[in-house]
Ligand binder design. Structure first.
Ligand code: FE2
Ligand code: FE2
Length: 279
């Protein structure tokens, strides 16, 4: 059932970013809007990725060897992502933002999620991994998203995006494996319903998170939200750019590797490697 390329290599790249760097409060080109968007996103990564790891690793012992090996690489990649986003979030805190309300809400959400059991957690993870992978794809494809960020931050998000695309199907393949006995239409309904619910909750939560950060900047105003909508939907329009790939999830035969974007990873990595080597 999987469309994961047989020769796919998932490479955990244990790298450090931003040590000893000090950034301005609005590190994204001096603009509070993209700064808040990415700060909100990053503040969810350490707890979120720990949830992904736990959800997928739960099924590792029953998985066939090739999938179990991919789960191992997935866990290693996400573990290092968490560590680097803890560091990034420390910079955000040092710049004067309080991320604790965002983290407290997420902790509560994850606790509720876990109570629904390992199969739902895995389906939720597969959906969130698709959201992450399509964001990552667009970040790698369109350099406008991090062009105005300091170099070490651009490198962090590019590195993270490369690995998210690389392991984009691990949770999904685990989901396919664990639901192999379900009739196809039941699996389709299950994953589609979870994706709709996950997307709605994810969007609502990130809006609440950005509202917190805008309030801390004293700019939680209609004008700021108009700028946010323009930033996310028009220019550069991250959400507009991911929309076709989000919709693709609802195709009955969807698989994350239906679209092979390994060339994009290779290109981004080639551009990133000399920078990392020089750091
Ligand atoms: Fe990650
Ligand atoms: Fe991931």
């Amino acid at each position: 059932m999987t469309a994961t390329p047989a020769d796919l290599v998932i490479t955990p790249r244990n790298r450090e970013f931003g040590r000893g760097q000090i950034h301005q409060r609005w590190w994204h080109g001096g603009d509070p809007v993209p700064t808040a968007f990415y700060n909100a996103l990053s503040s969810t990564f350490p707890l979120g990725e720990a949830f992904f790891i736990q959800s997928v690793r739960h099924f590792k012992k029953d998985a066939p060897p090739a999938l179990a090996a991919q789960i191992g690489d997935f866990v290693r990649q996400e573990g290092v992502h968490s560590r680097e986003h803890v560091e990034f979030n420390r910079h955000v805190t040092e710049a004067g933002f309080d991320l604790s309300p965002i983290e407290a809400r997420l902790k509560e959400r994850i606790k509720e999620q876990r109570e629904l059991g390992p199969h739902v957690s895995l389906a939720v993870t597969a959906c969130l991994e698709h959201l992450t992978a399509i964001l990552a794809h667009v970040w790698l494809r369109d350099d406008r998203h991090f062009r105005d960020a300091p170099e070490d931050i651009r490198q962090l998000w590019t590195w993270h995006a490369i690995e998210e695309v690389e392991h984009k199907a691990v949770a999904y393949d685990t989901f396919l494996y664990t639901t192999a006995k379900l009739p196809a239409w039941k699996r389709y309904l299950f994953r589609s319903r979870v994706m709709l619910r996950v997307t709605a909750r994810f969007s609502k939560a990130r809006i609440a998170d950005m509202r917190d950060l805008f309030a801390q900047d004293g700019i939680d105003t209609a004008a700021t939200w108009r700028k946010t909508a323009a930033y996310l939907w028009a220019k550069p329009g991250l959400l507009r750019q991911i929309l076709p790939m989000w919709l693709a999830f609802f195709r009955p035969g969807f698989h994350p590797w239906s679209h092979d974007d390994r060339a994009l990873i290779a290109k981004a990595e080639a551009q990133l490697s000399p920078l990392l080597a020089a750091a």
